[in-house]
Ligand binder design. Structure first.
Ligand code: GGG
Length: 347
């Protein structure tokens, strides 16, 4: 099969890590026709936008998008920089954001006594609505009555489909367990609704162990007992925050790949490292490319190239187990390209 993939490196360290992800994919010998998308905050100065107005139309024909990172506060406000990223998730109905957190052999967790694979969870984040819905407004700006409103929008369709996706995913895993992240003790409309949809859907999956957990308790338990989590299903904002905790306990943001999936395949899905643009180290060639490489592995798997996906993941595992090459975020002095070369060589 041949595929059309849009490479969207974006800002900061994005181009450096996407370059390594492409290098690794090339080694797999996949028939991919790449198009380089040169949109970033640099565009903002000339156009007031970080991507052309018709960016959804331009990206629609691709099978997948491989994104690096967005954001550089020197060039554009962060909420403008992130617009194309959130816009792709919504515009392509990529309603599932999968963020795996696995403690690989050879990687030190900041948590005491954690062995390889003690942490092996999937954070499944609702990606198109919830707290990220662009509904609200600012009023009476500059007066003592100034106020801001941001509406949390939870539809039955949107809530049910993400929870169902989490159960379907859990069913295929060994532990078959879903934890639903809530805050229904305080958010008496949105999260009480979320809980009731969760309870309805759970009835269809008697073979899956499941239950709710308040988001504050989950933040604590990700650190205290991460081995108790398997699949974790969250609203958009809760998933954003908890997946960063999940990343840090498996060794850092440098290991956190992700997939933004439209399961219907009627529009492209997008793959990106969870980390941002890290402008402080951009251009120095020292960013950890593993999160982007693991995202590329998820992309290969989504495209149906399971063999290549597994080869990339195995190469990353071997590279980490050997532990010879490390970028500075892991206490080493190797470059982004040296790590990418090592993974490619192993494939
Ligand atoms: N790698 C993509 C990236 O730059 N993410 C930065 C970010 O702030 N994303 C917002 C979000 O995931 O909700």
């Amino acid at each position: 099969m041949s595929y059309k993939v849009a490479l969207y490196p974006g800002d900061g360290v994005g181009p450096e890590v996407v370059n390594e992800a492409k290098k690794v994919l090339d080694t797999c010998g996949l028939d991919i026709d790449y198009t380089m998308i040169d949109w970033s905050t640099k565009l903002y100065k000339s156009t007031g936008l970080c991507a052309p107005e018709d960016y959804i139309d331009q990206l629609k024909p691709y099978d997948a998008i491989l994104l690096g990172a967005v954001g550089n506060a020197d060039n554009a406000p962060d909420h403008v920089a992130v617009e194309p990223l959130l816009g792709m998730r919504k515009g392509f109905d990529q309603y599932v954001n999968i963020r795996p957190a696995i403690l690989f052999p050879g990687v030190d967790s900041p948590l005491k006594d954690k062995k390889p694979y003690d942490i092996d969870m999937l954070v499944i984040r609702e990606n198109t609505e919830g707290e990220y819905t662009p509904l609200g407004g600012r009023h009476y700006i500059g007066t003592p009555n100034e106020c801001a409103m941001q509406v949390n929008y939870f539809s039955r369709m949107g809530t049910e489909r993400i929870i169902r996706y989490a159960f379907e995913t859990a069913r295929k895993r060994d532990r078959k367990k879903v934890t639903s992240i809530t805050k229904s003790n305080a958010l008496k409309y949105s999260m009480v609704f979320w809980d009731s949809v969760f309870n309805d859907v759970a009835k269809d999956y008697p073979d899956v162990e499941c239950g709710p957990m308040l988001v504050d308790a989950a933040a604590m338990n990700f650190v205290r007992s991460p081995e108790n989590f398997d699949v974790v299903v969250c609203s958009n904002l809760f998933g954003d925050i908890l997946s960063d905790i999940a990343a840090i306990i498996i060794g850092g943001m440098g290991f956190a790949g992700s997939a933004n999936i439209n399961p219907t395949r009627e529009a492209p899905s997008m793959f990106e490292p969870v980390h941002g643009s890290a402008p402080d180290i951009a251009g120095k060639g020292v960013a950890n490319p593993l999160a982007a490489i693991l995202s590329a592995s998820m992309m290969a798997g989504f495209l149906g190239e399971e063999d290549s996906a597994a080869k990339i993941k195995k190469a990353v595992q071997e590279h980490l187990s050997e532990g010879k090459l490390k970028t500075p975020d892991r206490g080493g002095s190797n470059s982004t390209a040296e790590v990418g070369d090592d993974i490619a060589k192993r494939i």
